[in-house]
Write a protein that binds this ligand. Structure first.
Ligand code: NAD
Length: 370
C-alpha cells in the first residue's frame, strides 16, 4: 500500500480541536488497513507567531512544498489583532496558497438530507444537493495590475483594478473542471460575463475550444455569471461542476455554501499544478470556517467541515474514492441518527461535543467497513 505524507497545520482557535478529530480518523484508518498515512505537525498563524515571530517559518514552508497534501485547520483570533501586518495569522495561509501556486479552489456544496431544513431554501430545492463550485484562485481582478487609487487633483480620486486572464490560466482551470466532472455527473457549467467583459469573451472562447479539443464526452454549458447566480438559488440541482473566475467564484461559492446550512459543514480543497513525473498536484485541504474564537476551547466546535476536507484529500490527492465515499456516508449516517454539534442543532436532536462527533463518525465508518 502506498504511503501518503500529510502535513497537519492545525492553526489557532478551534483549529487544533477539529484537527484532533482528523488525527483520530487517520489513526483509525492506519490501524484498519485503510491506507498508510504518515503525518507531521506544524505551526501556522498566531500559534506560529507566538513561538517564531512569523505566521509560518521557512522550515514549515519547505515541508509544505514537499508533502503529498497539507491539511489546514484555521488561523486568527483577537489575541493577534495588533501583530505587525506581515506577521498576521492570515499571512501564513496566503503564503501557502501563493508558494504552492494553488490556482484551483474546489468548494463542494452538499446538503445532507438530515440538514435540509437548515438551508435558507425550501427542502425540495436542496435535498440531495451535491454540486462543486470551482473558482480560479490566483488570477483575475484581485491580482491584476495596474491596481491603484490616483488623486485626480480636482477633489476626485480614481480607483483602478484590472481584470486580466491569459489563455493558459483559463485552460488549466478548465482542465480541472472537466476532469472533476468526469468523476462526478459529467457536466460543466462555465460562468463569465462575455456580454460586457473582454476577459469573459476570452474565457468563453478558451473553455469552448478546450472542450472541443479534449473533453467532448463531458456536457458543457455556458451561463452569464449574474443569471448563473440566480439559477443557483432558483434550481441549484441543475448544476454539477461550475467553473468560474476568481471574483465571480468568490461570490458564487459563498452563495452555494449557504444552500447547505452551516459554516461548520463546509469543506474545501485548493489544488496546484500536477508534477509532470508523478502526476501529483500540490494540494491543501481546509474547512471554509475560521478559528471561531467565540467557541474555542469549549469542545463544542463542529468537526465535520474539517473531516470532510480530509475526505477531499482522500478523493483528490490519493484517489481513495471508496474510503472518501465511506467517510461521506458515515457523516450522513451520524446526522441521520439525530446527533448534532450545537451549531446545527434542531428540535428533537441530541447535542454532542467535538470529540463525541468525531467518535460517532468513526463508529459509523467501522460499521460501513465491516
Ligand atoms: P468564523 O468562521 O471563525 O466564525 C463565524 C461563526 O461561525 C462563529 O460564530 C463561530 O462560532 C461559528 N463557527 C465557525 N466554525 C464553526 C464550527 N466548526 N463549529 C461550530 N461553529 C462554528 O469567522 P469569524 O468569526 O469571522 O472569524 C474568526 C477568526 O477566524 C478571525 O480571526 C478571522 O480572520 C479568522 N478566519 C480564518 C479563516 C481561515 O483560517 N481560513 C477563515 C475565516 C476567518
Amino acid at each position: 500500500m502506498a504511503t501518503h505524507k500529510l502535513l497537519l497545520l492545525a492553526g489557532d482557535g478551534i483549529g487544533p480541536e477539529v484537527m484532533a478529530e482528523v488525527k483520530k480518523l487517520i489513526a483509525w484508518m492506519n490501524s484498519h488497513g485503510m491506507g498508510t498515512f504518515v503525518t507531521e505537525d506544524g505551526l501556522v498563524g498566531g500559534s506560529a507567531y507566538d513561538v517564531h515571530g512569523v505566521a509560518i517559518t521557512e522550515e514549515t514552508m519547505a515541508k509544505a512544498m514537499a508533502t503529498d497534501a497539507v491539511i489546514f485547520g484555521a488561523v486568527g483570533g483577537p489575541k493577534w489583532d495588533k501583530v505587525p501586518y506581515e506577521a498576521r495569522p492570515e499571512a501564513g495561509l496566503l503564503r501557502l496558497r501563493k508558494d504552492m501556486a494553488l490556482y484551483a479552489n474546489l468548494r463542494p456544496a452538499v446538503t445532507y438530507p438530515a440538514l435540509a431544513d437548515a438551508s435558507s431554501l425550501k427542502r425540495e430545492l436542496v435535498e440531495g444537493l451535491d454540486i462543486m463550485i470551482l473558482r480560479e484562485l490566483t488570477g483575475g481582478v484581485y491580482f491584476g495590475e495596474p491596481k491603484t487609487i490616483t488623486d485626480l487633483g480636482n477633489g476626485q480620486k480614481r480607483a483602478v483594478d484590472t481584470q486580466v486572464y491569459d489563455t493558459y490560466e483559463i485552460e488549466r482551470i478548465g482542465r480541472v473542471a472537466f476532469e472533476l466532472a468526469r468523476k462526478r455527473r459529467n457536466k460543466v457549467t462555465s460562468m463569465e460575463k462575455r456580454n460586457v467583459m473582454k476577459s469573459g469573451v476570452l474565457w468563453n472562447e478558451v473553455i469552448t475550444a478546450l472542450h472541443a479539443r479534449e473533453y467532448k464526452d463531458v456536457e458543457l454549458e455556458h451561463q452569464l455569471a449574474d443569471s448563473g447566480g440566480m439559477q443557483l438559488v432558483r434550481a441549484p440541482k441543475q448544476f454539477d461542476v461550475v467553473v468560474t473566475d476568481n471574483l465571480f467564484g468568490d461570490m458564487l461559492s459563498d452563495i452555494a455554501a449557504m444552500l447547505t446550512g452551516s459554516l461548520g459543514m463546509l469543506a474545501s480543497a485548493s489544488l496546484g499544478e500536477a508534477d509532470p513525473k508523478t502526476k501529483k498536484r500540490k494540494a491543501m485541504y481546509e474547512p471554509v470556517h475560521g478559528s471561531a474564537p467565540d467557541i474555542a476551547g469549549k469542545g463544542m466546535a463542529n468537526p465535520i467541515a474539517m473531516l470532510a476536507s480530509f475526505g477531499m484529500a482522500l478523493r483528490y490527492s490519493f484517489d481513495m474514492i471508496k474510503e472518501a465515499d465511506m467517510l461521506d456516508a458515515a457523516i450522513a449516517a451520524t446526522l441521520d441518527k439525530g446527533l448534532r454539534t450545537a451549531d446545527i442543532k434542531s428540535d428533537g436532536t441530541k447535542v454532542i461535543g467535538t470529540g463525541e462527533m468525531g467518535d460517532a463518525i468513526i463508529a459509523e465508518m467501522a460499521k460501513l467497513a465491516a
